[in-house]
Design a protein around this ligand. Structure first.
Ligand code: DQA
Length: 151
């Protein structure tokens, strides 16, 4: 059974209390549960993580590349938070690790401030999702399972 690695970037530990009008009232623990269910339904194992530190996310993407090369990982669902809009390091990590990444955003970043319209992740990602609320995580798990089945 392959693993789906779900990586959450800065401030996503605050889900539930952080700008609920934008991100909803589900906590990160609720999102993890939702991902557990989706992974069970799609025959994947879940590895769910969050960090506020860019370098930690870079290290996890490198680790993911190795696991995918070994046939153990279906890919990464990455909500890089604000690093989406700033991080060339994450862009380079995804390309360097040659790992399948689904870029995910809870909110529709394109309907928000102009500084959220550009993503350094998108050109390195296999797929991009935004605006489905936290249910997007379950949709992304289904999408990753579909991509892994095609590979
Ligand atoms: C986000 C959107 C980003 O612009 C923001 O910085 C986040 C969360 C989202 O899930 O909608 O932290 O990635």
């Amino acid at each position: 059974m392959k693993t789906a690695l779900v990586l959450n970037g800065p401030n996503l530990n605050l889900l539930g209390t952080r700008e609920p009008a934008v991100y909803g009232s589900a906590t990160l623990a609720d999102v993890e549960q939702l991902c557990e269910k989706a992974c069970a339904a799609h025959g994947l194992k879940l590895d769910f993580r969050q960090s506020n530190h860019e370098g930690v996310l870079v290290d996890w993407i490198h680790e993911a590349g190795q696991l995918q090369a070994q046939g153990k990982l279906a890919g990464v669902i990455l909500n890089a938070g604000a690093y989406t809009h700033t991080s060339i390091a994450l862009h380079d990590a995804i390309k360097g690790a040659a790992v399948t990444v689904i870029e995910l955003h809870i909110s529709n970043v394109h309907a928000r401030e102009a500084f959220r319209h550009h993503s350094y992740i998108s050109p390195a990602a296999k797929s991009v999702m935004a605006g489905f609320g936290v249910q997007g995580y379950a949709l992304a798990v289904a999408g990753l399972a579909g991509l892994a089945a095609q590979a």
